[in-house]
Every structure is written in structure tokens, then in C-alpha cells.
Design a binder for this molecule. Structure first.
Ligand code: ADP
Ligand code: MG
Length: 465
């Protein structure tokens, strides 16, 4: 196979890997690493990737686990990853091509911007320019733009929530990227709540006499920010010390009129165990959500992507994918990449029939994935912050009845387990109780957007393994 062909394949395959890493919420850990990697070649089971220097190579090797896992998953078989060093190969902007030459003098403004983005934890592909607008995200987009215009002044804090894969991280990072471009002196800090937690733990440990990273340093990093972007705050809520530290940081910045943007998988009022003083702080700014995009927006997103990369995928195929993948944008992109890979590896023109075969397979794989009742119950409990003994117990308070019925509904619809068995599993309940619960949630999901969204969110947790 000619080198350019294997290179295109490597590029597409690498996108799938990155997509996988994002699905698994590792995008922040790798946010600064991934842009430093250039996919070089793909042949058989070997993927060759290049990076700029030994330091990056070492870091990569240390963190290869999740990348390896993502690669294997993307290929649906074991892949051998080979890392090579290629000087001057640092590829700065894989998707938009907007950040200019691959290497140049240190004074190159684009390079300076890129370095700043990297230090802030921002990923250059997440910008306003490639964020497709639709009814589902128009308000969130307008708020984000206003924040860039007047950070800390109009909307503060911004609390952005939606189900997984609907564009929160993209929009939040676009705010950071745009501010760095427009106002280079601004100190932007982006972090996921997982990172925040890890850094805090590290700080506490080293505060006890080990390591270099002191609590002071931790505080300075976050409290000196002009713009603090905290992604997926749901992982902090309810975690004692981390939650406390987060609110100290939050208050310090808020008092100093610094901009805070928070994303979450649910609105503040849905956190059962969040103290009122905190919920009311969140409410003092603006709370916006992003909905699932309608068909036209999904089509626009894929066309945009296709045109930016000049992929050989025609409009009919895009329509087909957009019609059939409607849960969220991340899955939409994943499906698109599957079809694109097929076009490139087989070197064929994709017809609707071929796409259908390819996607039919992924869709089937998802729904028949071997889920057991325990896994589903666990996901429901995590989502609603309740314990499984409580779900199985006798108490019938409102905060237990809903998750209990959601568990009934999901177990029934995802595993087709008999009502009686579900009843036994959920604390020895009668099969009619289970039938009622399943029906009730089904009805709610038909009428209430919120219920549909909650169900999609829990399902998402189950698809990610
Ligand atoms: P979330 O943080 O809500 O889970 P992400 O921001 O990670 O979702 O978005 C998932 C994927 O979908 C990303 O690749 C992102 O670039 C893409 N995406 C989301 N919304 C849009 C949009 N409006 N236009 C274009 N791409 C989008
Ligand atoms: Mg996200």
C-alpha cells in the first residue's frame, strides 16, 4: 500500500482512538498529550505514531494504558503501537489547519498561543468556529460568547448542563481558547473535576512532607485564575474534602469577580445532597442546558466535519447516519468515523447499503452487550446518588421511588429479564409492582424531556466500559 494511503488510514484510525479516549472521559488527562502526537502509519495490526521529543515519548509510554485500550477497542482487535520521535514534527492543529506552520521561530504568535492553550489545559480543536448551532445549543452558545466579551461581568457563574456527548466540553474549551486569543494576558485554567480531585490528593500527600507539590501551589494554581473552567462537576459533588476545597476556590474567585464556568451532567437542583448555600450560589449566575440536537443539526455537524477534512462521504450517507444515530454527538461522530474508515481501508465508494451494514452491526453490538442486572442497578445508584440497599429496601420516599422505578425500567428494556426475576432481584417485590414501574417510567419518558434525558444519561454510563 502506498505510504500516503496508510497515512490517511492512520489519521482516521487515530481520530477513532481519540474519540474513544474522550468517551472514556480521559480527554483532560490527554488533552495536553494528544495534540503532540501525529499518526504516521497504519499497516496490519501496527500503528506508528510520532512525537517531538524524548520527554513526550516517555510521558506517552507511561500513559500508554488507556491509549492502548482505546486503540484495541477502536480496531476491535489487539493493536501494536509504535512510538517514534520525529524532530520538528510537532503537529499543532490537526483539524482546523488554522494555527499555521508546523514549526517556526519561538516568536511565532500562533505558537505562543498554542503553548498558552496547552498550559491552560485546552485542546485547540474545541473552538467556536467549528461549533455547529441549532435550537438545542443556541442559548448556551450565546452565553458562552457573552462570557468571552465580558468575563466575570455578565454571567457569573455559568452553569452548563446536558447529557454526555452533547458539546459541553467543546463549548467550555472554546470560551478558554477564544479568550486566550482575544486577551492573551488572561490566566485561563481548565480542569476536569477528576483532575482537580487528583491534584488535591497529591497536594495533601506532599503537604505531609513528601513530593514537591504543596497545598499552597495547588491553591495558587486555581485561585489565581482569571477564568476557571471546571468540567463535569458531578464527580466533585458529594466528595467531602474535594467538595469543600472546590467551594473555597469557587468563593475566592467569585468574590474577586473572576469568571467561573461549570459543566455538569445534571442541573444543580438534581444533586440530592448538595447544601442549599451551594445550590443558591450556582443559581446566582445563569444555568443553561444543551439538548439533544434535531436531525437538521446532526446533518449539519457531519457535513461540517466532512467538508473540513474533505472526506469522501456523500450527503446521502451523511443523512443516513444522522437519521440513525440520535443519542448524542459523540456517538454520531463515532458512527461517521466507522463509515469513513471502511471507505478508506477497503478503498470503496460507500453506498447506503454498506453504511447500513456497518452501522447496523455497531448498533446491534451495543444493544446486545451483555449487561446484567447488577451493572444496571449500580449505574442507576451512581446517577441518583442512592445506595443499592436503599433501592432494594422498603422505604418509599420520593428520592427512592423514582430511581427504583428507573432501575426496573432499564433492567426490563435492556435485558429482557422476566418481571418476576426483576422483582426478586429488587428486594423481593411482586411482579405487578415491577410491571407498574416499567410502565410508569415508559410513559414519563414519552412525555417528559427530562425523563428521556435521565434515561439516556444512565444508559451512557453503561455503554462506557
Ligand atoms: P460533552 O462534554 O457534553 O460530553 P463534548 O463537548 O465532548 O460533549 O462533545 C462530544 C463531541 O461532539 C466532540 O467531539 C465535540 O467536538 C462534538 N460536538 C458537540 N457539539 C457540537 C456542535 N454543536 N458542533 C460540532 N461538534 C460538536
Ligand atoms: Mg465533557
Amino acid at each position: 500500500m502506498p505510504e500516503f494511503a496508510t497515512k490517511t488510514q492512520a489519521k482516521t484510525f487515530w481520530k477513532k482512538v481519540v474519540n474513544e479516549l474522550e468517551v472514556n472521559r480521559d480527554s483532560a488527562t490527554f488533552g495536553t498529550l494528544l495534540p503532540n502526537i501525529t499518526p504516521k502509519q497504519m499497516g496490519g495490526k501496527e500503528l506508528v505514531i510520532a512525537c517531538e521529543n524524548k520527554f513526550i515519548k516517555n510521558t506517552l509510554e507511561k500513559n500508554i494504558g488507556p491509549i492502548q485500550k482505546a486503540a484495541n477497542k477502536a480496531a476491535q482487535s489487539d493493536i501494536e503501537i509504535k512510538i517514534i520521535i520525529e524532530k520538528g514534527n510537532k503537529k499543532l492543529e490537526p483539524d482546523t489547519g488554522k494555527l499555521g506552520p508546523l514549526f517556526g521561530p519561538k516568536t511565532n504568535p500562533k505558537k505562543i498561543l498554542r503553548d498558552k492553550q496547552e498550559r491552560s489545559g485546552l485542546y485547540p480543536k474545541y473552538i467556536f468556529e467549528n461549533y455547529v448551532l441549532g435550537q438545542s445549543n443556541r442559548l448556551a452558545f450565546a452565553v458562552a460568547k457573552a462570557v468571552v466579551q465580558k468575563p466575570g461581568e455578565v454571567y457569573n457563574p455559568v452553569f452548563l448542563h446536558s447529557g454526555v456527548g452533547l458539546g459541553k466540553t467543546h463549548l467550555m474549551q472554546a470560551i478558554g481558547n477564544e479568550i486566550l486569543k482575544e486577551k492573551p494576558g488572561t490566566k485561563v485554567v481548565y480542569t476536569t473535576s477528576e483532575n482537580f480531585t487528583n491534584e488535591l490528593i497529591e497536594a495533601i500527600q506532599s503537604g505531609k512532607g513528601r513530593g514537591k507539590y504543596t497545598s499552597n501551589k495547588f491553591r495558587n494554581k486555581f485561585r489565581k485564575a482569571d477564568i476557571l473552567l471546571i468540567d463535569d462537576v458531578q464527580f466533585i459533588i458529594g466528595r467531602g474534602a474535594t467538595q469543600e476545597e472546590f467551594f473555597h476556590t469557587f468563593n475566592a474567585l467569585f468574590m474577586a469577580q473572576k469568571q467561573i464556568v461549570i459543566t455538569s451532567d445534571r442541573p444543580p437542583q438534581d444533586f440530592e445532597k448538595l447544601p442549599d448555600r451551594i445550590t443558591s450560589r450556582f443559581r446566582s449566575g445563569i444555568i443553561v442546558d444543551i439538548q439533544i440536537p434535531v436531525l437538521e443539526t446532526r446533518v449539519a455537524i457531519l457535513r461540517n466535519k466532512r467538508d473540513a477534512n474533505r472526506d469522501p462521504i456523500n450527503n446521502d450517507i451523511i443523512d443516513y447516519i444522522a437519521e440513525n444515530v440520535d443519542a448524542n454527538i459523540r456517538e454520531l461522530e463515532g458512527a461517521y468515523l466507522q463509515v469513513l474508515t471502511l471507505a478508506q481501508t477497503e478503498n470503496i465508494e460507500i453506498t447506503k447499503k454498506i453504511a447500513a451494514e456497518k452501522l447496523g452491526k455497531t448498533i446491534r453490538e451495543k444493544t446486545t452487550k451483555n449487561l446484567n442486572m447488577n451493572q444496571i442497578l449500580k449505574a442507576v445508584c451512581t446517577y441518583y446518588s442512592v445506595k443499592s440497599v436503599e433501592i432494594k429496601g422498603k422505604k418509599r420516599t420520593k428520592d427512592l421511588v423514582l430511581p427504583r422505578q428507573v432501575a426496573m425500567y432499564l433492567i426490563k428494556t435492556m435485558t429482557e429479564t422476566p418481571f418476576m426475576t426483576i422483582g426478586d432481584f429488587l428486594g423481593g417485590r411482586d411482579h405487578t409492582t415491577i410491571m407498574y414501574g416499567v410502565e410508569k417510567i415508559g410513559e414519563k419518558a414519552d412525555h417528559l424531556g427530562k425523563m428521556r434525558q435521565d434515561i439516556t444519561n444512565v444508559k451512557q454510563m453503561l455503554y462506557v466500559d
